[in-house]
Design a protein around this ligand. Sequence first.
Ligand SMILES: [Zn+2]
Length: 150
Amino acid sequence: MSAVAKKVQGVVTGLARSGAQGFHPSYVASQAEQPLKKVLPVLSDLARRGVLEETFELICPNCGRTVARYKIGEELPLGQLVECTASVDDPPFIPTERDFIVTYAPTASYLSKILRETPDPSGVKKKPYRRSGWRRIASLLSSSPRTFTS
Ligand SMILES: [Zn+2]
């Protein structure tokens, strides 16, 4: 694995663990401190391996907000008149390739995998504490009748 791929995967794993629902390639590039053109092939490779899911977002050219999301394989409304759902004042528009941006989201199977690999550190600490506390109470209870009878 290349150094860029390692950095990108580290950023992606961190985002997935923090509960990110989706992220733009430019954000991953800035977090990994790598040029976008090197990050893009790594992200699409992760998508091919089932780590990430690629989604196309249609951006309204008038207000710049997301109008719709499309998964890989879904038909994009190229050459069709689309109404802006974000702003009622915007005129309908005919999207071109430039009105779409690609975003990535961790897949459900990838999320369950990294959550299994990350045991909850607080849970690990609590168990022995609770056990020793219970043992101390148990020893107090068992010792009190002894001090009584002696
Ligand atoms: Zn709009």
